[in-house]
Design a protein around this ligand. Structure first.
Ligand code: AMP
Length: 192
């Protein structure tokens, strides 16, 4: 599941987890869990996440490698927020190949930047209204940095996977159910 912060990757990955039994492998969630647990990894990455910068490639590749060893990932998985750099994508190709697997499909969720900034603000408001603590990296300043980082480091991955004929682009500004339906069509077409 590919796209800028706020594109809806997590929302759609969760749907695939529920409807197709494909576990959602979100490096962001794994890093936030490590921070909450105050583990050595969490302490190492906390300031990086707070700024909206990228955690070193070898760190996230390591946690994805471990995660892929769990039995629930054996029949397939949805990667959410990983890979985010070309070296991560190359490492993922190697991790998959060593397991006799491959990336089948890359869903690119396309959303205008102005919409993304609005969504981050909305996510903060809704979390506060529900009595929760908003993500510290959803402040407007950090979201802008996350968008810059995305443009610079992550957007080039579309070309990386397009060369392999794996990218299906979906309009991420459509209503959630329409995005879900478009992704389902892409997956079903691939399975045929
Ligand atoms: P996310 O929940 O996917 O938006 O990720 C939140 C933050 O975790 C990012 O802004 C990065 O600081 C860090 N992060 C998550 N995934 C990666 C990754 N694949 N590579 C580097 N940093 C990551």
């Amino acid at each position: 599941m590919f796209g800028p912060p706020g594109a809806g990757k997590g929302t759609q990955a969760k749907v695939l987890q529920e409807t197709r039994g494909l576990p959602q492998l979100s490096t962001g969630d794994m890093l936030r869990a490590a921070i909450a647990a105050k583990s050595p990894l969490g302490q190492k990455v906390e300031a990086i996440l707070a700024k909206g910068d990228l955690v070193p490639d070898e760190t996230v590749v390591g946690i994805i490698n471990e995660r892929l060893n769990k039995p629930d990932a054996a029949k397939g998985a949805v990667f959410d927020g990983f890979p985010r750099t070309i070296p991560q994508a190359e490492a993922l190709d190697r991790l998959m190949a060593s397991r006799g697997k491959q990336i089948d499909l890359v869903i690119e969720l396309k959303v205008d930047e102005a919409v993304l900034l609005g969504r981050a603000e909305q996510r903060v408001k809704e979390t506060v209204a529900a009595g929760g603590t908003p993500r510290p990296d959803d402040t407007p300043e950090t979201v802008r940095n996350r968008l810059d980082v995305y443009r610079r480091n992550t957007a080039p991955l579309v070309a990386y996977y397009a060369k392999q004929g794996k990218v299906v682009t979906v309009n991420g500004m459509a209503p959630i159910a329409d995005v879900t339906a478009a992704i389902a069509r892409a997956l079903d077409a691939k399975a045929r």
